[in-house]
Design a protein around this ligand. Sequence first.
Ligand code: NAP
Length: 460
Amino acid sequence: MTYQSINPANGTLMQSFAEISDAELEAKLALAASCFESWKKTSYAERATIVTKAAALLHERVDAFARTMTLEMGKRIDEARGEVEFSSNILTYYAENAERFLAPVKLDPIIGAAHMESSPIGMIFGVEPWNFPYYQLARVAGPHLMAGNVLLVKHAGCVPQCAIAFEQLWIDAGAPVGLYTNLLISHAQSNAVVDDPRIKGVALTGSVAAGRSIAARAGQNLKPSSMELGGSDAFIVLEDADLDFAVKWAVWGRMYNTGQTCCAAKRFIIVEPLAAAFQAKFQAALGTLVAGDPMDVATTLGPLSTESALTDLLAQVDTAIAHGAKLVMGGKRVDRPGAYMQPTILTDVEPDNPAFRDEFFGPVAMLFTVKDEDAAIALANDSDFGLGGSVFTADVQRGQRVASRVDTGMMFINNISWSDAELPFGGIKNSGYGRELGDMGIQAFVNKKLVRTADLQAPA
Ligand code: NAP
């Protein structure tokens, strides 16, 4: 059974869902194809009516949506509510701005007149991860539906109730059948969907392994794709930074969503004069977090998404230690039912340690001490990933100079406020390609058509 809804706070199996058959999959693909034929002809205003309604329903039903998420993947309830509201905002943002983003753009050829126009390309297939069960879906639904495309989504195996709830949202918002389709399918069926000639673009958010597999498949089919993959973001603290301010962001940046965020702060790179004090304060702050029921707003440490996420992470920490890393704190599961991991700090992670290049997808921080700014940048760039990163300094211009020299898709100065509807999100290197959100996010799967008018005779 691929799709299992298990409460990670106590291990209770809540519901299982069978994969759909190939015949059912074909029926859904056919409905989506038929929907596209009419949806592509709708006006932006007509599309916005449905997308705005979906946004309003998310807002109205925030508690129910959040509760499903917390029960299914363990996100602390306040964070879950925040994610639902943010997802609503993303839908509203595209409902309000899509027409402007996709308006014809006048060009200035030497002869005649020309413009670029944007039109939908068809059925888009999304493959999405469990760590932000609605935000990830809103990030593709808002732009691509407003662009006039239709969407089919394979969500992660551990969040089927969130996946089904998000599909129901569109039905409740009055969407035509086939506009947004949830697919409870296997990886093999997912490959068949990528191969299907009716699918015109593929958007994946997930691990590097999944990205390699799906991007290769899309490439084989000459289909455009966007890949939002993992990260091992550097959190650089320069010697002039406000230490207490930086430590607060460090705790949030590592522990938000129990550390299961692609662009979480994962490698803490501290310039020498501050390193010992940073470690002491960071460790003390992490030590105050107490594991509890994620449905309780007072809880400060929630569970990981699944038991296997926990056992994989524990094994990764053990491997790091076996290769010479020093365990400063944590490193074990919390002694209580559920998939809880102690906040963990590792130091002395040398380049020959597998941990040096790995992504720790949970509450595990690697601390590095460097002698100066240049060494901090060099270490930040010594990574296979290139998603985001941050730099803390009293001098914002210095921060901007450092940001320019770090090879990532996003950099944050004196904050790690990662995502807003209007800001493009994405990475380089093994963190993938393409951008979601903002103006760029709606351009991924549209035909950019040149139209030229010129009173010209054919060359003799
Ligand atoms: P994952 O295993 O790659 O799963 C993500 C999605 O891909 C799931 O729906 C999964 O389905 C599917 N999938 C995996 N392999 C597949 C294949 N061969 N064919 C078809 N579908 C496949 O990722 P995860 O480990 O659960 O998620 C965490 C990863 O996502 C981290 O690396 C994180 O950094 C990254 N992430 C990146 C961003 C970003 O914007 N850059 C955002 C969030 C997360 P099943 O569950 O059924 O296997």
